[in-house]
Write a protein that binds this ligand. Structure first.
Ligand code: AMP
Length: 347
């Protein structure tokens, strides 16, 4: 079956062998390759990863693959937003100007190697068959083939609510890294546990491409008016739900403020829950029919992901993960803040 691809100024590769040829050339030319794995429906959050990669590498590759293995059978695999044509158009407009190179002359060819402007170099757009040659089902009891599990780090925080999620993520990212062989890989703080777990994965599996220290974590991009973390899933929100959605971020900020003022973990979490309760009352007063349910909000050790002691205060830790998940209507939103010295984890 042939795949009809939208036209793209950025070369698109749909098979691993075709991509490997491109990668081989970059290797021979001694060019560094930055890699940004995504599930598409691109927004400014993805683009901030792309810009960071453009700034740090000669070439930048982005993959788009909605990975069935990380969705549980009851989750939103079929409805997950797919906006390929728009993604290509958006990506083609992303540029980075390298200040260390001379500007091209007025008639200069912008695609020339000698320009000071960098743009994404390739898109990897594999099919499900390409990524899962042995096939894939969402029900892990009937899956066949090779899967990657980061034991001991996949069932806390997000993994408590989504027990098969990190197995799916670790598996697909291992496959993508095997094909792309990037010098550096870029992940968002928005999914902090995922980013830290993948850093551990590259270290545990002794990966050369990328080396663990070249797994970069890029700060969360937010709506600059109300702080809502940008997410492809925000597209699911109705107008009323969108108004309620920043409650999670506001709750995290309240907890962070209390923590920095010396409150204990328990006191901080109370503050956070109060913010969400107050926002719920507000939506009812404003007659918005929005149902919310707090899935979790917790303080976790940034190294082990274990829940920190109730009595802990900022004196006890250099760095802590404060994260949460909130259902707004049927949409599950996640967010986090790093408390303390974020430079210890945000390399
Ligand atoms: P996704 O397409 O949702 O799988 O995300 C692809 C990558 O983009 C992951 O590394 C995410 O953590 C990252 N990402 C998603 N949203 C944001 C955001 N608001 N800010 C920074 N990175 C993000």
């Amino acid at each position: 079956m042939s795949t009809i691809l939208p036209s793209s100024p950025i070369p698109i590769f749909i098979t691993a062998p075709a991509f490997r040829e491109w990668r081989e050339k970059a290797l021979l030319e001694k060019k560094s390759v930055g890699f940004v794995p995504t599930m598409g429906a691109l927004h400014e959050g993805h683009l901030s990863l792309v810009r960071t990669s453009l700034a740090e590498n000669d070439l930048t590759v982005l993959s788009i693959f909605v990975n069935p293995a990380q969705f549980a059978p009851h989750e939103d695999l079929t409805t997950y937003p797919r906006t390929l044509e728009q993604d290509i158009t958006t990506l083609a407009k992303v540029t980075f100007t390298d200040p260390s190179l001379p500007r091209p002359c007025a008639q200069g060819d912008p695609s020339s190697e000698h320009t000071n402007i960098r743009q994404p170099s390739a898109i990897f757009l594999p099919s499900i068959k390409e990524m899962y040659p042995s096939g894939i089902t969402q029900d892990i009891s009937s899956q066949k083939g090779t899967f990657v599990e980061v034991q001991g780090y996949s069932h806390q925080m997000e993994g408590k609510s989504r027990p098969t999620f990190f197995r799916g993520v670790a598996t697909v990212v291992t496959k993508l890294l095997n094909v792309v062989q990037p010098t550096r890989a870029y992940f968002g703080q928005k999914d902090i546990q995922q980013a830290l777990l993948l850093k551990r994965l590259t270290s545990d599996l002794l990966m050369s491409y990328p080396l663990s220290q070249n797994v970069r974590i890029v700060p969360t991009a937010r709506d600059h008016t109300d702080g809502l973390a940008l997410s492809s899933r925000n597209a699911y929100l109705s107008q009323g739900e969108r108004k309620m959605a920043p409650a999670l971020y506001q709750a995290l900020v309240a907890a962070k403020t209390a923590w920095e003022a010396g409150s204990s973990k328990v006191e901080c979490l109370l503050e956070a829950r109060e913010v969400i309760a107050a926002r719920n009352v507000q939506t009812r007063v404003n007659d918005l029919d929005v149902k919310t349910r707090l899935d979790f909000i917790e303080f976790n050790n940034a190294d082990t992901f274990d829940i920190v002691d109730d009595k802990a205060t900022q004196r006890d830790f250099d760095v802590i993960l404060l994260s949460g998940a909130l259902f707004v209507g049927k949409t599950r939103l996640i967010d986090n803040l790093v408390l303390g010295d974020a430079s210890k984890i945000m390399l």
